[in-house]
Design a protein around this ligand. Sequence first.
Ligand SMILES: CC(C)(COP(=O)(O)OP(=O)(O)OC[C@H]1O[C@@H](n2cnc3c(N)ncnc32)[C@H](O)[C@@H]1OP(=O)(O)O)[C@@H](O)C(=O)NCCC(=O)NCCS
Length: 251
Amino acid sequence: MPVLYNPQTQEPYLRLPAPLRQIIITPHRPHQLEETIAAKLPLLNDPRIYLNLTGSPFPYLREHAEAWMNTQIAAAEPVLQALRTEFETSVQGQRYFGLCPFTVIREVTEEDPETGHPLKDTLIGDIGIARYQFYEYRQGSAERAEAQRLNGDLPAGDERIVWAIGNFLAPSYHGRGIMSLALRTLIQDWGVPRMNVKHLKAAAFEENIGSIRVFEKNNFEVTQTLKDWEPYPENRGGGWKSLVLVSWRGL
Ligand SMILES: CC(C)(COP(=O)(O)OP(=O)(O)OC[C@H]1O[C@@H](n2cnc3c(N)ncnc32)[C@H](O)[C@@H]1OP(=O)(O)O)[C@@H](O)C(=O)NCCC(=O)NCCS
């Protein structure tokens, strides 16, 4: 399915195919800042989620959510504006974009019977495509900084860019196939056609079987296991974590 557009709210969005077409992936909504923060705080402070994430701060505070959303909204706005113009003039403008504005996974609870566009929905998770962090090099190392710099300097649409996936879903929605299909939708409907994504990687803790399986189901293969990759913060349980790296083999 291509990118969809709700003319009433001027929101471009992605929709998962059947049997999960009630799930959509939208940009952040500046007018729903408070609702989004209220939905995200309990999720990112739930051990079933934060213990599986490498990057998010813990405890996850309101100020973290607000700063993250404001950065995402500002970065995505030019892309969304270009998409709105495309939909309203039926003329495709920019061929490739340098970011993915679709990051919020929502369950539609009410839709317009005539147009099929969502009227009401609930935030149930998060997914994103961002430039890869090069976990194979030690944190703080010159090699990692240099790899990130070179990758970050490549222009939008450059097929050498190495992209990365991050994601989480509310625990009550786990195990229903949602993330497997959300990832496929994001790659097929946006990453490949509108970002020219050719290289896509991800990292999951070794014990995160569900996440690794989501990637395998989307044609990623395990390329490396970094044993005892990093000490885990004491407030997350301490110890050492091993990291599994996966790499996409294409559509
Ligand atoms: C990992 C996560 C995103 C998976 O999302 P999901 O929608 O529950 O995954 P799916 O329902 O699409 O499941 C995909 C496959 O993984 C399997 N799976 C899912 N969770 C599993 C688990 N905890 N243990 C074992 N297998 C699991 C499913 O059975 C399915 O495999 P199958 O089709 O062969 O039966 C979700 O569990 C989550 O948000 N976890 C916390 C945050 C996180 O780990 N994020 C990823 C960081 S790398």
